[in-house]
Design a protein around this ligand. Structure first.
Ligand code: ZN
Length: 297
């Protein structure tokens, strides 16, 4: 198994672990299964699907078609999600937009009908092309990519909805697409936001903590009221600002330590970051920041 596939699976296991841990903290019995799928109306014809295996999915119902955002982690989870979408609208799913290339967002694509338009940032297609090795998977590589911005319009006559795909630079990965509905003031931001824990940054996919702060700042600058992310409930600018400030504080503290000549081990110790035996497959935010600051010229 190549490194990218391993990484996406580990990413998914990590999120299962996080949900299990938070379930335990709420003194509920540990769950073996992810929570059941639930559909929530966000605004107008925009919906969010939470639960099931993998990250949250969203969808937009147009007068003749449905546009989905992200594709769950498994074929089964995707099929169950599509069944939920069908309860809201019988219209065919014509497009799937991907926020980035992690397995818990893209590995369910094989459960979607073949021939639909799959749209992603060009770097996300590069990551997926490495990870998608079987012919079945390769039939689902994005057919449409963009670099900075792509707008398209869904609907006809008086009912036309504009959807903007925006790229603000490397952050969680170097292919994070923000899916923005300007009229509804709703943005789907994939894994650019995590609540209650440090953000995950994939350095192996050229993600950076310095870039993440820039991107969070750009998200705050959007004329949006609701932000939908891969692993949280609906949020607003407030939560984005809080996470951005927390990263900036850690960056400032680590920058000082770097200037004092501290090693990575010393910095991790100061932050009480323990490296498990055998090494960490998930570099902590502290480690990512240290590497960003010391490798950057
Ligand atoms: Zn991710």
């Amino acid at each position: 198994m190549d490194r990218v596939s391993t990484q996406t699976i580990v990413c998914s296991l990590f999120f299962m672990f996080v949900s299990l841990s938070s379930a335990r903290q709420q003194t509920q019995p540990p769950r073996q299964q992810p929570p059941p799928l639930a559909v929530q109306n966000v605004k107008g014809n925009i919906y969010q699907v939470t639960g099931g295996a993998g990250a949250n999915t969203s969808f937009f119902v147009g007068d003749k078609e449905v546009v989905a955002i992200d594709a769950k982690m498994t074929e089964d989870a995707a099929r169950l999600t599509i069944a939920e979408i069908k309860k809201v609208s019988p219209n065919p799913i014509t497009k799937v937009i991907l926020t980035h290339s992690d397995g818990d967002h893209v590995n369910g694509l094989v459960g979607f009908p073949q021939g639909i338009d799959i749209i992603a940032h060009e770097n996300t297609r590069v990551h997926m092309s490495k990870a998608f090795q079987t012919d079945q998977q390769r039939a689902y590589l994005p057919g449409t990519t963009f670099s900075d911005k792509l707008s398209f319009y869904v609907g006809s006559g008086q009912k036309v909805t504009r959807i903007d795909l925006l790229y603000f630079g490397p952050a969680h990965t170097n292919g994070d697409a923000v899916v923005f509905f300007p009229e509804e003031k709703v943005a789907f931001i994939g894994d650019l936001l995590f609540l209650g824990r440090d953000p995950l940054i994939h350095r192996a996919k050229n993600g950076t903590s310095i870039g993440l702060v820039k991107v969070l700042n750009a998200l705050i600058g959007l004329d949006a009221e609701s932000y939908i992310s891969g692993h949280n409930e609906l949020t607003t600018k407030k939560e984005i600002r809080t996470m951005m400030q927390s990263i900036e504080e850690q960056q400032a503290r680590i920058q000082t330590m770097v200037q004092e000549g501290k090693t990575l081990e010393q910095v991790k110790k100061a932050f009480n970051i323990e490296t498990p035996a055998g090494g960490s497959r998930w570099p902590s935010l502290v480690e990512v920041i240290y590497l960003d600051l010391t490798e950057k010229k």
